[in-house]
Design a protein around this ligand. Structure first.
Ligand SMILES: [Fe+2]
Length: 385
């Protein structure tokens, strides 16, 4: 076993913890100018924008620049603009407040502001090595785990590209479940399925190890136990999902996502399917694939989840049943046909899925074209039925 990875220097998990922003800034020795990166609506309408600005001012920050142009699936253009503005203002650190898009935008800005050029210059297989601006990440959804990861996913020309490097790991992550009070049910369901995907995919990643497997199992168990009540609005359960998404983020930070993410990206870029839902539509296919090609890993996952069985078929059935229950409870569409993807797209989906080589090749048993085609065919019909 061996691994190398970075973690945030400070990790705060506390209800109402956002109020501690000045303490975090002081403990990290940050100061000077700050760029607050967030979306256009939620931060403003919920009052958090004013609150954060006030907290930054009370921490002695001399200048606060608001960058509220975050969009779902952040584009390279917006990140480049943010990077240029941050460099012009001599920004010293960033606060990212929002879902994965806001946190990934902050990461992209931190890279461009320090390294120059366009974020497209840093797309994988390049690895960001230069020292970037520190980021304090405050997630407002319970899915991406971006607050603890080295990844930023950027939309560029109908594709999702990844920027990665240990320097992208936020210097501090502040997880305050209070913000989840406002999270719409549908977004909660989508983001929870994103976290579930991270936990499950990480398990079948070539860099999966004892540490990441512990994170995967803990995240999965927590999501499966708390999803329904969290969906119904129970804040204590939503807090558990926030915890689980962070833990799943820790899993992929040391390993990564595999074929489910690779297949989902095209649905998001072409059909605007939310990232977590796109993953949800391919998750059962990964379980079926693991049953066929990685049965030992599947039974090990089952036993870590407390569903002990030596029979991989029984394990697959148990996990699929659980996923199905959650999926139905949230009334999520269960097939590609249901979300309006025409079957003529089959070949394109296969090609696009295979084009994310990093996701395909990092699977313990990499799926070949035939395997991926079978997964896509199955997703058209829907394995949740
Ligand atoms: Fe994801």
């Amino acid at each position: 076993m061996g691994f190398l990875g970075a973690l945030p220097r400070l990790l705060l998990f506390e209800r109402g913890g956002v109020e501690k922003l000045p303490d975090i800034i002081s403990e990290l020795g940050l100061g000077g100018s700050c760029m607050l990166v967030t979306g256009r609506k939620f931060a403003r309408s919920s009052g958090y924008l004013d609150k954060l600005r006030g907290l930054l001012e009370s921490a002695g920050v001399s200048k606060v620049i608001i960058f509220d142009r975050v969009e779902p699936n952040p584009s390279a253009g917006i990140i480049d603009d943010g990077g240029r503005i941050a460099a012009e203002h001599g920004i010293d650190f960033l606060v990212g407040f929002g879902g994965g898009s806001a946190l990934d935008t902050a990461k992209g800005i931190a890279v461009v502001a320090t390294g120059g050029g366009s974020i497209t210059n840093y797309f994988y297989p390049v690895e960001v090595k230069h020292s970037t601006l520190p980021i304090i990440a405050i997630p407002t959804t319970c899915g991406t785990g971006s607050e603890v990861t080295k990844y930023a996913v950027i939309s560029h020309g109908c594709r999702k590209d990844v920027v990665l490097g240990n320097g992208l790991v936020p210097i501090a992550a502040m997880l305050d479940a209070e913000v989840l009070r406002y999270l719409p049910k549908e977004v909660l369901a989508h983001t929870a399925f994103d976290a579930l995907s991270h936990a499950i995919e990480s398990y079948f990643h070539v860099r999966s190890n004892e540490l990441t497997q512990m994170f995967s199992a803990e995240a999965m168990r927590t999501i499966l136990e708390n999803f329904m009540q969290a969906y119904d609005g129970d804040l204590d359960r939503r807090e558990k999902l926030l915890y689980a998404s962070m833990v799943a983020g820790l899993a992929i930070n040391f390993s990564g996502a595999v074929v489910v993410h690779g297949l989902g990206y095209y649905l998001t870029e072409k059909y605007n399917v939310p990232h977590g839902l796109a993953n949800a539509l391919f998750l059962p296919q990964l379980i079926e694939y693991s049953l066929e090609k990685m049965p030992g890993k599947l039974t090990m996952l089952c036993s870590k989840l407390g569903m002990a069985s030596d029979d991989p078929y029984a394990c697959a059935r148990m996990i699929l049943q659980k996923l199905d229950e959650l999926h139905r409870y949230a009334g999520l569409p269960s097939s590609l046909c249901e979300i309006g993807v025409p079957e003529t797209e089959l070949e394109k989906l296969v090609d696009e899925g295979l084009s994310y080589r990093r996701n395909i090749e990092s699977c313990i048993v990499p799926p070949n074209r035939e395997d991926v085609e079978r997964m896509v065919r199955s997703a058209f019909k829907g394995a949740y039925a």
